[in-house]
Write a protein that binds this ligand. Sequence first.
Ligand code: SF4
Ligand code: SF4
Length: 364
Amino acid sequence: MADEKLSKVSMCMQCGMCSGSCPETSITPFNIRKLVRKNLLQREVEESLPWYCTSCGECTLRCPRDVKPSEMIIELRASLVEEGQIPTTIQKALENTYVQKNPWGRPKPKRGAWTAELDFKVPHVKETQSKRLLFTCCIQAYDPRCMVIPLNVARIFNKAGFEFGILGAEESCCGNEIRRMGEAGLFEELQGQNAATFKKYGVKEIIALSPHCMNTLKNEYGDLGIKISHYTEPLAEMIEKGAVAPKTAYAKKVIYHDPCFLGKQNKVFDAPRNILKSIEGLQLLEFTWARENSLCCEGGGGRMFFEAEHPYTRNSERRVLEAVEKGAEVLATSCPFCVMTLEDPATEKGLPVKELSEILIEAL
Ligand code: SF4
Ligand code: SF4
């Protein structure tokens, strides 16, 4: 391992593409270029620094030498977790996930309780013909603000006659954030549990409601032999084929924020935009930094559970300011983490934040 690390250091040419593109490097004490070097060469790292990284992936996309700085941060965090050098809030999230299989420690048996809000029954995936699974995500299964996303998507799919089922209490956290918080062992446990459950019920397709779940299920679970997508992908296809038809005008200027795990890490840029463009009267605006260059909201990679020690202007605030300057009446996104981070500064400015399904359901 030490040799491997040294060979990565020797590949690094200190070009600064990683730090220059990192959403944290210019605004916090964190500097990815310096940290990669320090970590690899002498391991003199101020304890809190590695926790500033949001796992947005920009540095790894930009690095011309394939050093993969974002993966190095995960490795560094793993060694800190092993030594118990870990912020208490992160530790709590990991402990909660050990016990209840979600970082908030909400009761696992209630993971499917959100379906009680619907006026139709959502079957267990084993009872479906299609064996198509709607993978809910921890935050959307329990948080009242984010629960609206599975409810809306379930209503839209049901109305379109698009069959799906859920796992309810048998679904565990996908582990995307857990791996990025440095808990590789717990990630493997969650991966093993979920993969065994998919196999047990013969799941053929997974539609993930969060880009974070989609990312890890698709890229980090190994070859499951299962088609995996984010819900905006089949939904955009349904709209294109006329199976879902927005009928009510939504005469507003809407600016779309690309979530890192959907956009820059999985290249899903057009499906969410095509959904918005299908709505009559909706005027789609773009941020200066959009698509591959989208500015991270700072909700990923465990940042939901880490309080920065140094005050600074958050990226979510900068995002909201630009949205207001551009004349947006609604700030739209397609990720529950982005909704949570953008909503506070947006509310202060009187700008509503809407997850894409919230806009679509109003327009149907
Ligand atoms: S982008 Fe890659 S090569 Fe350039 S400084 Fe960062 S790690 Fe080194
Ligand atoms: S993953 Fe994003 S936040 Fe983390 S070091 Fe790379 S560019 Fe910075």
